[in-house]
Design a protein around this ligand. Structure first.
Ligand code: SAH
Length: 281
């Protein structure tokens, strides 16, 4: 993700906040005095500014936020550097880590100008609501809540009774039972090809595969994978590439369709997908 841009905006914001509270210059003081002594009564200049300023965080609140950020980054790195079954055991040992992860994840997402899950939701709304969806790595199941379709929400931990808790390389879904398989920022494990293979199994012939992933993971100039190599590998698995959308600043969107018939292919040349690590703030 482009943390640099976020950093610049924050610095600018901080500078602007500072401007609001900085002590007035001699010229400003002189103008204020002149205004005060004129016959027209001016409103007190400081009250509106004071009202709009957020309450500063206490030391304890700042410490808690820092610790929460540290925990999130640790769990996030773990999920990107282990396999799906290891991740499942990790959360089984301590399910509270999942809430910790998602609090941090939502915090990161709130900085993105656009959320990929909303684009996928819009795509689904533009297609018949009779399409059955499998949301692989659904998080808080926002997708299922936002559309009329029947959605199988899958994640490592079930935060909601509707979520199927499992490693998504091995789901309880029936073979050829869904019309759309969604991976929204969820190709995290080192064995991500197994997740795509599972999606291929559960998809009906000509079913859709929608992938939204962090852009930096597909930036070959920055250690990321070559998107063409990745798409070729997905096609080898038994899909046809329908469209690619690189227009968003933070993520890419890839749309595939399952081939109606295909021979099982082995020895696919999958590129490595680098972890998306978030910087300390
Ligand atoms: N799709 C959601 C959440 C993305 S966060 C959204 O866009 O808001 C990525 C999610 O993928 C996390 O909730 C994580 O637990 C899940 N995930 C990662 N690996 C998984 C696996 N092997 N099996 C099931 N879920 C997985």
């Amino acid at each position: 993700m482009n943390q640099e841009a976020g950093g610049r905006n924050r610095k600018r914001k901080r500078r602007n906040n500072h401007r609001k509270t900085e002590t007035p210059s001699k010229k400003q003081t002189a103008t204020a005095t002149a205004a005060a002594s004129s016959s027209v009564k001016q409103p007190p200049p400081t009250c509106t500014v004071a009202k709009s300023l957020p309450k500063p965080l206490s030391f304890l609140e700042k410490m808690k936020a820092k610790l929460a950020g540290g925990h999130f980054r640790m769990i996030n790195e773990k999920l990107y550097t282990c396999s799906g079954d290891e991740a499942l055991n990790y959360f089984k040992e301590d399910p509270s880590l999942f809430n910790m992860y998602h609090t941090g994840y939502q915090e990161q997402m709130s900085r993105w100008p656009e959320q990929p899950v909303n684009i996928i939701m819009k795509w689904l709304k533009d297609h018949p609501s009779s399409l059955v969806v499998a949301d692989f790595g659904c998080g808080d199941a926002r997708l299922a809540k936002g559309v009329k379709n029947k959605v199988f929400s899958i994640d490592l931990v079930s935060k909601d009774p509707s979520v199927i808790a499992c490693d998504m390389s091995n789901t309880p879904l029936e073979t050829s039972s869904v019309d759309v398989a969604v991976f929204c920022l969820s190709l995290m494990g080192t064995n991500f090809p197994n997740y795509l293979q599972e999606a291929h199994r559960v998809l009906k012939p000509s079913g859709w595969l929608l992938i939204a992933e962090v852009k930096s993971r597909f930036d070959p100039n920055n250690g990321g994978a070559d998107p063409d190599t990745f798409c070729e590998a997905v096609c080898e698995l038994g899909f046809t590439s329908v469209s690619k959308d690189f227009s968003n600043k933070m993520f890419i969107l890839l749309y595939f369709k399952k081939k109606p018939k295909n021979k099982a292919s082995k020895g696919i040349n999958w590129p490595e997908l680098k972890p998306c690590l978030y910087k300390r703030r």
